[in-house]
Design a protein around this ligand. Structure first.
Ligand SMILES: NC(=O)c1ccc[n+]([C@@H]2O[C@H](COP(=O)([O-])OP(=O)(O)OC[C@H]3O[C@@H](n4cnc5c(N)ncnc54)[C@H](OP(=O)(O)O)[C@@H]3O)[C@@H](O)[C@H]2O)c1
Length: 303
């Protein structure tokens, strides 16, 4: 339920962070091909298993298919590259990173020409290729990320193997209660990303003057009452809503602080005070996929 995020954990520091996390007791590591650090994480996972810090069976390793590999014939090679980098025989969970498709070879789209509409390359076709990787034993579970209810509902209606997880942005400023109810009703587990407000993300997707979740006065007041830190309030809130949560840190002290958030509960009055903070604020809004003349809009993405 409480894992380690690895986005923006830099080469040279991500390995040490994962190693420290495993020694502290983290067992769930959230990775992705596009984070560019899976090979360094793989070295550490393999060493930790060899050293007897963990067994493979105790780990839950998630990774994600990047947007340039949605074509059915590209799925298995992309997964095999991730497995080779992570030095694993199988993943516990493989997610479609975004319901957005790029032309092969495009890492980040610069214009509409770099994008492919989902009408041309449907999610259902990508999903069938993911289903085949489960049957081959390359991953145990498959799921999605950044899917709105419309896209997820359509997939649930078509899938032979149901998506186990939707990984989405979740925190007190973006509570997504309708998505939570929808997923609970349809048997899809939610994992929340950016649980601390993603303050460390790159400047080109971080507008100046955005509200800083970790500085919220209500969160600070609850932290003061309970004798815990603001980050621990945010993580406990996520766990009490029965969502998994994957805070990123490369600092040993914060890794320890974040993991300790799993101990103890917030009171009902704390949960009520936090419920009132919802403001529909996305820190990662997908606007970098919206190009003039392109097939994606924010409305279609989050419908
Ligand atoms: N599926 C997707 O599209 C998607 C999108 C975004 C993120 N994710 C996943 O979700 C993970 C978490 O999201 P995120 O990395 O965007 O943001 P986040 O976990 O909300 O915030 C990470 C930032 O908070 C700092 N931090 C960590 N613990 C702290 C603490 N106890 N007190 C104060 N600051 C603290 C980190 O700095 P230090 O490292 O210096 O501690 C880092 O700058 C990612 O790493 C990634 O694995 C997935």
């Amino acid at each position: 339920m409480l894992g380690l995020g690895t986005w923006n954990a830099q080469p040279g520091e991500v390995g040490a962070a994962v190693h420290a996390a495993l020694r502290l007791g983290y067992r769930h590591i959230d990775c992705a091909a596009i984070y560019g650090n899976e090979a360094e994480i793989g070295t550490v996972l393999s060493a930790a298993i060899d050293e007897g810090v963990v067994t493979r069976e105790q780990l839950w390793i998630t990774s994600k298919l990047w947007n340039n590999a949605h074509a059915p014939e590209a799925v298995e090679p992309a997964l095999k590259k991730t497995l080779a980098d992570l030095r694993l025989d199988y993943l516990d969970l493989y997610l479609i990173h975004w319901p957005v498709a790029f032309r092969p070879g495009v890492l980040m789209p610069e214009s509409a020409e770099d994008l492919i509409a989902l009408e041309e390359l449907p999610i259902a076709a990508t999903w069938e290729a993911l289903e085949a990787t489960v049957e081959q034993g390359l991953c145990r579970h498959i799921g999605v990320s950044n899917f709105g209810a419309a896209t997820l509902g359509a997939l649930l209606d078509q899938a032979r193997i149901r998506p186990a997880v939707n990984q989405i942005e979740l925190h007190p400023y973006l509570q997504q209660s309708n998505m939570l109810s929808f997923c609970e009703a349809r048997g899809v587990h939610l994992t929340g990303y950016a649980p601390l407000g993603s303050a460390g993300r790159p400047a080109f997707i971080r507008p100046s003057g955005e509200p800083v979740l970790l500085e919220d006065p209500t969160i600070h007041a609850i932290a003061g009452h309970r004798g815990i830190t603001p980050a621990q309030v945010l993580l406990r809130w996520a766990l009490q809503r029965r969502t998994a949560v994957i805070p990123k840190s490369v600092s040993p002290a914060r890794l320890c602080e974040n993991l300790a958030a799993a101990e103890g509960d917030l009171a009902a009055e704390d949960m009520e005070a936090i419920a009132a903070l919802d403001r529909g604020r996305r820190y990662i809004d997908g606007s970098i996929w919206v190009k003039p003349g392109g097939p994606y809009t924010l409305e279609s993405l989050w419908a």
